[in-house]
Write a protein that binds this ligand. Structure first.
Ligand SMILES: *Cc1c(COP(=O)(O)O)cnc(C)c1O
Length: 406
């Protein structure tokens, strides 16, 4: 196959390119309109107005009021703030938190830290599709429970959680409900009112906004301690001079993402399903995550008998950027906690591949990736001592596998 100088970016769940018009809108707030929004002279007014316009845009994207939106440095800070903020504000009332075993590390590692501070955490299991059962949430609630945190959509396997049901349960029991919606906002419809959400995290760089930008939605009457102490920015709740250019970019990016969402989702779902079908045609290959309650852009599969890292390295030679839930790519020694939680056997977890599509992905890209993955998987299976004889090249027609170097 022809591989010259092609770049196929299929890692949109990791990050996305900032849209050129977003980058352009940010620039004036680094140069001409550089004033500190807290200052009193005219120069600061442009920064202040830009901040409030961005707040309106983020609020509109999630069905909130502008005054309920607080800017942060990204999804990780929003998650930390929501959990630590509620934990410390409510510790007189109780010390129990409910979460799931498939959360992003920004949630799970924060929960583990809170356990060290004396809080207790219930980590709810998931079914084989990575889905939390709302009945388990309800059963886990005790008089001590102060917060439920379950993500809206999973970053690894794309499963969309039943947040509306969980929100209704939280409301019924008078427990606060936080959701990490970093993979959802700009990709699927999100409405904090309809879903009974008290706190919601979002991040700019997951929807073609700038990195290091995010927001936390804080619903009416929710008390939480600050994470950042200092000046009186963000109505005294989040100190530090605002990242005005970043916030301008975040606001524009979320507006654009939501405007194009329905159309994009339809197109991406078709591409996703084409890619999934192409990959599942490879023998001993299985889909991870929910077959249809999943993000429009997420494909996650496992190939038996081979290693995810090797797949990535060979795909890189084809100019394909992808991800795996196995050890090296995540820079930790553990295989994906999400795939393990879905009940995949340890040896199979290592052969996972995540491909996440985006607005620039074409059908030609999808077909190219299918062809490349087929070649790579066969080559690795030919080298793997685990591969049964009938799956080796010699026994499937002796096709000469040829990796074209870039
Ligand atoms: C990317 C991601 C985060 C972290 O967001 P940052 O802005 O990179 O800090 C948190 N949760 C989920 C589900 C994510 O996908």
């Amino acid at each position: 196959m022809n591989t010259d100088k092609r770049l196929v970016y299929m890692d949109h769940a990791a990050t996305t390119a900032t849209r050129p018009e977003v980058a352009e809108a940010m620039l004036p707030y680094m140069t001409g309109h550089f004033g500190n929004p807290s200052s009193l002279y005219d120069l600061a007014k442009a920064s202040r107005e830009a901040l409030e316009e961005a707040r309106e845009r983020v609020a509109a994207a999630i069905g909130a009021e502008p005054k309920q939106v607080y800017f942060t440095s990204g999804g990780t800070e929003s998650d930390n703030w929501a959990l630590k903020g509620v934990a410390f504000a409510k510790k007189e009332k109780g010390s129990h938190i409910i979460t799931s075993v498939v959360e992003h590390h920004a949630i799970s590692h924060t929960c583990e830290w809170l356990e060290k501070q004396g809080f207790s955490v219930t980590y709810l299991p998931v079914d084989r599709f990575g889905m939390v059962n709302p009945a388990d949430v309800e059963a886990a609630i005790t008089p001590e429970t102060i917060l439920i945190t379950v993500m809206m959509a999973n970053n690894e396997v794309g499963t969309i959680q039943p947040v509306a049901e969980i929100g209704a349960i939280a409301k019924k029991h008078g427990v606060l409900f936080h959701t990490d919606a970093v993979q959802a906002v700009g990709h699927i419809p999100v409405d904090v009112g309809e879903l009974n959400i008290d706190l919601l995290s979002l991040s700019g760089h997951k929807f073609h906004g700038p990195k290091g930008t995010g927001a936390l939605y804080i619903g009416p009457g929710v008390r939480l301690d600050p994470l950042m102490h200092g000046g009186a920015q963000e109505r005294g709740r989040r100190a530090g001079t605002e990242n005005v250019p970043g916030i301008v970019g975040l606001g524009l990016a979320v507006s654009l993402a939501v405007a194009d969402m329905a159309e994009n989702a339809e197109r991406l779902t078709a591409l996703r399903d084409r890619l999934t079908a192409g990959l599942l045609a490879i023998p001993h290959t299985y889909l991870n995550g929910h077959p249809d309650k999943r993000l429009p852009n997420n494909v996650n599969v496992v190939f038996e008998f081979i290693e995810g890292e090797s797949i990535l390295l060979l795909l890189n030679r084809y100019g394909i950027a992808a991800s795996t839930g196995s050890a090296c790519s995540s820079r930790s020694l553990d295989p994906s906690h999400v795939l393990m939680a879905c009940g995949l056997p340890h040896e199979v977890v290592h052969g996972s591949l995540r491909l996440t599509l985006g607005e620039e992905t074409t059908e030609a890209d999808v077909d190219y990736v299918i062809a490349a993955v087929k070649e790579v998987v066969q080559r690795l299976r030919d080298m793997s001592p685990l591969t049964p004889p009938e799956l080796r090249s010699q026994s499937i027609g002796g096709d000469k596998i040829c990796i074209t170097r870039r």
